[in-house]
Design a protein around this ligand. Structure first.
Ligand code: TXA
Ligand code: MG
Length: 350
């Protein structure tokens, strides 16, 4: 299959380009498109043959359900059995935006789309290209992140092409994504609701609308979760993984620097090529190769750069990536979730 790459203006998407992509979705094909979080690989969520193509292109485990993307609240309401009062409040507050709401699914949602679960996660992306595509297609669009299963999510069209070229119909290239980490996944079937994956909408923000919210232990990701505990099947699969070995160092800032230096030395002495992922403030403290994610005071920039940095270090052929942890508050919880999982839980306490 030849994959067509079409440039598109993220602020003013051209209608003729949207029409081409929407037609592919309607006919059961696959289109990668930008959202405010990461690029998604989309297909008609109500067409089992189309959804099957997503699983195949990504080599996605068959037990991992899709997030379904909508362009209106009416479209969301048709995917769920009922729209709870809580769901309505959350949609008011955070849609369009990086919040996926999980609730009992309607009959119309095919089994393959939700990997056999009786719930469906739905979100309305805050991106003009994504919204125009879904609206023009006229169907809800199933879209996991547009990477090969296990790899870091794509924040550029080039990342999608690296992973999926020749396996999908179209890539809409709308430039870099704004947030860089995937949406928050919130399970509304529990009381209080449970964060299954931390993301762009933080716990602190959710608490402005919800009286209470719990965080699933696997979402904190301090250690590997055993299968039976995993309520979101995605939790138990390896994620975001660079080819290099990765070690996350957590603790008091001074001690972290000391520990990172020590681990850097030790690995370099073994003939490994070492890179240190760090902040602008700490970059000059290391003599090894550094990859600066942003200022320690600006978690938004760190989020935006994280997955790109992981892919770049792999391309350079780095053997060991040593990462400084950030404070797990606000967006920091989502960042730490991704770092801990990417390292396959190789976490060192300084
Ligand atoms: O920001 C995002 O959410 C991106 C963009 C493209 O919208 N999408 C994304 O999809 O990250 P994906 O498939 O890579 O991650 C979806 C996560 C998986 O961990 C999956 O297990 C979980 O959400 N999930 C989806 N539906 C679920 C459900 N019904 N119940 C529990 N977890 C669910
Ligand atoms: Mg993914």
């Amino acid at each position: 299959m030849k994959t067509k790459i079409l440039k598109i203006n993220p602020r003013k998407p051209r209608r003729d380009v949207i029409l081409i992509a929407a037609e592919v979705i309607r006919r059961g094909g696959t289109v990668a498109f930008p959202t405010e979080t990461v690029y998604g690989l989309g297909a008609d969520a109500l067409n089992p043959d189309a959804v099957k193509k997503i699983f195949e292109a990504k080599s996605r485990p068959a037990d991992n359900p899709m997030i379904v993307h909508v362009a209106s609240r009416g479209q969301a309401a048709r995917l769920w059995e009922t729209v709870s009062e809580m769901a309505a409040l959350l949609m008011d507050a955070f849609w369009p935006g990086p919040l996926t709401l999980v609730s009992k699914k309607a009959e119309a949602v095919p089994e393959i789309t939700v990997a056999g679960m009786d719930t469906v996660g739905v979100r309305m992306p805050d991106h003009r290209v994504a919204l125009a595509l879904i609206e023009e297609a006229g169907v809800p669009v199933a879209a996991p992140s547009a990477n090969l299963a296990g790899k870091p999510s794509p924040t550029l069209a080039e990342h999608v092409a690296q992973d999926l070229s020749g396996k999908i119909d179209i890539i809409l290239d709308g430039g870099p994504t704004r947030i860089g980490l995937e949406s928050t996944v919130l399970d509304l079937t529990t009381s209080p609701p449970t964060i299954l994956r931390p993301g762009g909408v933080t716990v602190e923000k959710l608490k402005t609308v919800l009286r209470d919210v719990q965080i699933h232990p696997a979402a904190v990701a301090e250690k590997k979760i055993v299968t039976v505990l995993a309520r979101s099947p995605g939790m138990k699969h390896r994620h975001y993984a660079p080819a290099a070995d990765m070690i996350v160092v957590e603790g008091e800032p001074d001690k972290v620097v000391e520990k990172v230096r020590e681990l850097g030395e030790r690995n370099a002495n073994r003939g490994k090529r070492v890179a240190i992922m760090t902040t602008r403030e700490h970059a000059s403290m290391y003599k090894h190769e550094v990859e600066v994610l942003g200022s320690v005071r600006d978690l938004t920039t760190i989020s935006r750069n994280l997955f790109k940095a992981l892919r770049e270090l792999d391309e350079k052929g780095v053997d060991v990536i040593i990462v400084e942890a950030v404070d797990a508050k606000g967006l920091g919880l989502a960042i730490m979730n991704r770092l801990r999982k990417a390292s396959d839980f190789k976490i060192v306490k300084a």
